[in-house]
Every structure is written in C-alpha cells, then in structure tokens.
Design a protein around this ligand. Structure first.
Ligand code: HEC
Ligand code: HEC
Length: 474
C-alpha cells in the first residue's frame, strides 16, 4: 500500500492510516524529523479568484478565513501586514499586476512601497510619484522584495565586488538579493522554510521554523517589535490550514471532474511527511515517516492520469503533460547539491533523471527533503540588467565566482552553498507568475524553455505544449 493509495481510501481506512502515521511521528521525532498528516476537517471557507488560465481556489481547513487573524493585522510601525505581500488573489504571494494596481490606486504610497525592503536601494528619494516609480522599479516589474543579509561570521568567502546597476553604495559586508515572496499556503508540505532555508531549524518541526519566521517577518518587513507568542501561533495555525490550487482551466474546465483530482480539496487530504518520497534515500531506511516502506516513486503527480482517455483533447493534453513531468528522461548534470561538487551525494550525472527527481513531494512538487540546489538561475549569463552581480572570493583558494544571489551561502557561510535554493511547491502556479526566486521567468513557457536549454532535453513542440497544459492546471 503506497501513501498515494492511502490518500484515496475511504474515511475508515484514512483513520487507520492516521494512527499509523501517529506512531511513525514518534519514530521520526526520535531521529529529528517532522511528520504529520494534513488536516481532514471539512473546509469551511473557500476563496476563488480568476486568473489568466482559469481560476484558483483556497480552502481553509483550520476554520473560516478569519480577517481578525493577526496575519491581516498591522503589527508593526510602517503599515505593513503579512497580507501586504501575501495576497490570496495572487496565490498568497504578489504579482507585478497586483503591485502595479496598488501603485496606481495610491500613487505609490501603499504600505508595500517602503524603502526598508521594497525599493532597489535602502536609501532612495521617494518624495514624488516619479521618484517612487524609479525607486520601486523591481518590485513593480517582477514582484520582488529586497532581502539584505550580511556575510556570516566565519564565512569561507568574502564579497570582492558588486556590479550594482542602482549604485546603492551598500558596504561589501553584505548583499542585497531580490526575491519573490513565497506563497503562505500549502505550507504543510514544506521541508524547508524560505528560499535559502534560513528559517528551517535543524532537528525541529517545520512549524517551529514557521513560528520563528512569523516573528522575524514582523520585525524586518513591518519594522515592529516581535509579536506575542499567541499572535505568532495564531498566524502559523492560520497559514498551515490553507490549501491553494488551480480549480478550473479555461480550456479543460473544472479540474476535479471525472476521475481527476485537481483543485485544493483533494490536496488538503494528501498525506505528507519529510522524506515521503526521497529520490536519494538520504533518510535512514525505515517505514518512511508516513509509516510505509516504499522506495522512490517517480510518478509524483497522480492527479490527471484518469484523463488519459478523456473525450476532451484539452484534458488529454493535461494527462500527457503529467506523464511527461513524471517520466520524460533527461540527463541531470552538474547540479551543485546533487552531483556538481566533490561534497555532493552523487559523483556522476543522473543519466535517466526526470523533473520529479527534484520535485518529489507527491502532488505538491517541492523537495520532500531539505535539498538546496544550484540549477543555474543565478548565473552571470542569465543576469537581467536591473539586478546586482556579486563577485565572491574563496578566502583560502582565491577562487572567484559570480552570482546574482549567493543563496544558501549567506546563511551557512559555506563556499559549496553558493547560489543554492530550495525547490518550491508547484501548486497554483497559474495564480502567481513570474517564477523562480528572482522572478526571472515571466511565464511557464519561459520556465520550460529554461529547463530545455539547461539540461539539453530537446522537448518537441507538442511535449512543451502538454507540459505547459499540465503546469497551468496545478
Ligand atoms: C514586504 C513583503 C513581505 C511581508 C510584509 C511579509 N512577507 Fe513573508 N515573505 C516575503 C518574501 C520576499 C519571502 C521570501 C524570502 C526569502 O526566502 O528569502 C517571504 C517568505 C515567507 C514565508 C516562507 C514560505 C516558504 O515556503 O518557505 C512565510 C511562511 C512567510 N513569508 C510568512 C509571512 C508572515 C507570517 C508575515 C507577517 C508576519 C509575512 N510573511 C510578511 C515577503 C513578505
Ligand atoms: C535538478 C533539480 C531540478 C530538476 C530536474 C527540475 N527542477 Fe524545477 N526547480 C528546482 C529548483 C531548485 C527550483 C527553484 C530554483 C530557484 O528559484 O532558484 C525549481 C523551480 C521550478 C519552478 C518554479 C516554481 C516557482 O514557484 O517559481 C517550476 C515551475 C519548475 N521548477 C518546474 C520544473 C519542470 C517542469 C521540470 C522538468 C522539465 C523541473 N522543474 C526540473 C529543481 C529542479
């Protein structure tokens, strides 16, 4: 019995499974892992929003989406709230269209437009609307927020120079990195908190990382004092109850119809535990944290296989795209964190890799284990003209490397961690372009083109179209 079968089983069987999971949770806790199933309670409130490809919906399994929750409250000093950068209509992140609408409605005075981290530089002139349009250009165009981090003490490298198109004049003791807010929905599937994992606490449950994150977000983004423990708990309980997915495709119609399991409700019943489908077997062999002994199953998405013989050609395309995502093989080479460096778990190319080697959490698509990777997003050759480019130098070897964002290395100080990021959850993609941590792929077509070039996949035009239809339906 696989975890996927379990999730399709009826109520009684689900109850039994949950007991199994509960004992596995003890085992997992003993070796410092987290384990839990997602809530089964009937969603009370739904929110549905149209997007360019159809509509996405959020259900709240933790109770009604409660506007009194501190997530929606002004807890700081600059008017910012969590919801300022995590909007339900925009897939619980922000989109350039949404940000531009706010700029137009408020002449660029909405609380998202604050120089603490909204602008290109920390010190910007923002007294006129023209100045604000310039100061917040990256936020307006790509929906990215400036994350300023110092090079950690004891780091193996220093920042030798920065080529900064905005001439901010920031000291080389740190870096300004422009990143997309991550969605605050579907968080029950996380194995890593933040793009660079800086709020994942080793040996602790993801929930503890989220509690720390909510507190620091109030201090950093909203320039406030840390919220009370009960406020922080209320925020995290709220976030963990949310499930968001595409509900309806403008061509294929409702995504949960006739043997398909798209949309947020089936997602809210999907079991998860860290390591549920680890491709590298990095976790000790045990009944996996979900209580079942299974190897890696590359068939990560099982939502639309029931449509492979559907009468509608649009539904068939989505089913074919899902199969491509699960099974289309290509060589995965030179990915630091996987097989790019001497310190990596694999020392050879994965000749028969699939998208699901990295996107391995069943029906969610993120890494089911913490596995920061450098797939090449930050390479100097991909750099957009409005993004700073950093040159980092290894203190011992003198080696240098250029990157638009040092990623995980700004947390650990390790040379080998430069430009590594987590693989994010892939649901509700249609609600929240642009993609990748820096918003450098403006559409899902661009994402597919990136992979086609980076891994020399050689997708045919029809494979690309099918994969696109599938990604849009998530
Ligand atoms: C100014 C915009 C802004 C505000 C306000 C904001 N966030 Fe975020 N949030 C971000 C950005 C940007 C990231 C990603 C940063 C990174 O990974 O380096 C993020 C990441 C997160 C994540 C990580 C999700 C994941 O998949 O790892 C959570 C959870 C989160 N925010 C919750 C909150 C909460 C709770 C609040 C209110 C206390 C809040 N945010 C306020 C911009 C914001
Ligand atoms: C070697 C590991 C790996 C493989 C293989 C891989 N991905 Fe990714 N994927 C990642 C990582 C890591 C990120 C985050 C990168 C970043 O933003 O820095 C990502 C990000 C994405 C995103 C953007 C999500 C968002 O919210 O911005 C999409 C979509 C995606 N991948 C789809 C695919 C598809 C389709 C394939 C197969 C053609 C694929 N991936 C293969 C590791 C991988």
């Amino acid at each position: 019995m696989t975890a996927t079968h379990v999730s399709r089983a009826g109520g009684l069987q689900r109850g039994l499974t949950r007991l199994l999971f509960a004992s596995a949770a003890g085992l997992a806790a003993a070796i410092g892992l987290t384990s839990h199933t997602l809530a089964d309670s009937t969603p009370i409130v739904e929110q549905t929003f149209d997007n360019g490809d159809g509509a996405h919906r959020t259900v709240s399994a933790a109770g009604a989406i409660d506007r009194d929750n501190p997530f929606f409250e002004d807890l700081g000093t600059n008017g910012r709230r969590c919801v300022t950068c995590h909007q339900s209509a925009e897939g619980w992140t922000i989109t350039p269209g949404g940000v531009q609408a706010r700029f137009d409605a408020t002449s660029g005075l909405d609380p998202i437009f604050r120089t603490v981290d909204g602008s290109n530089c920390a010190a910007e002139e923002t007294s006129t609307i023209e100045q604000r349009r310039v100061a917040y250009s990256q936020l307006l165009e790509k929906g990215v927020i400036r994350i300023d981090l110092d090079v950690p003490a004891q780091a193996e490298f220093l920042i030798e120079s920065v080529d900064d198109p905005h001439d901010c004049g920031a000291p080389l003791t740190g870096a300004s990195m422009f990143r997309r807010p991550l969605p605050t929905s579907n968080l029950g599937f996380l194995s890593t908190v933040m793009w660079d994992g800086r709020h994942t606490i080793a040996g602790h449950a993801i929930r503890d990382g989220l509690l720390a994150q909510a507190s620091e977000a109030t201090v950093r983004h909203a320039e406030g004092v840390p919220p009370s423990p009960s406020q922080v708990r209320a925020i995290v309980d709220f976030e963990l109850g949310l499930f968001t997915a595409q509900l309806r495709d403008k061509q294929a119609g409702p995504l949960g119809e006739r043997n398909a399991r798209g949309g947020p409700r089936p997602l809210s019943h999907e079991p998860f535990c860290v390591g549920i489908n680890d491709p590298l077997g990095m976790l000790p062999a045990m009944p996996d944290a979900c209580g079942v002994v299974t190897g890696f199953d590359p068939k990560v998405f099982t939502l639309f296989s029931g449509w492979s013989e559907a009468p509608s050609p649009e539904r068939q395309a989505i089913a074919r795209g899902e199969a491509i995502f699960n099974t289309r093989q290509f060589a995965i080479t030179n990915v630091p964190g996987l097989n790019g460096k001497a310190s990596d778990p694999l020392q050879a190319p994965l000749t028969a890799g699939t998208c699901t080697v990295c996107h391995d959490t069943p029906n969610a698509g993120n890494h089911s284990v913490s596995m920061p990777l450098d797939i090449g997003i930050t390479a100097a050759s991909r750099r957009a003209p409005d993004v700073p480019l950093y040159t980092l130098r290894h203190l011992q070897t003198g080696e240098t490397v250029q990157t638009t964002d040092p990623g995980r290395a700004m947390v650990t100080g390790r040379w080998d961690d430069i430009s590594k990021f987590k693989g994010p959850i892939l649901r509700a993609l249609a609600s929240r372009a642009p993609y990748f941590h820096d918003g450098s792929a403006s559409s899902l077509e661009d994402v597919i083109a990136f992979y086609d070039t980076r891994f020399l996949i050689g997708f045919t035009a029809s494979e690309k179209a099918d994969l696109l239809a599938f990604l849009r339906a998530l």
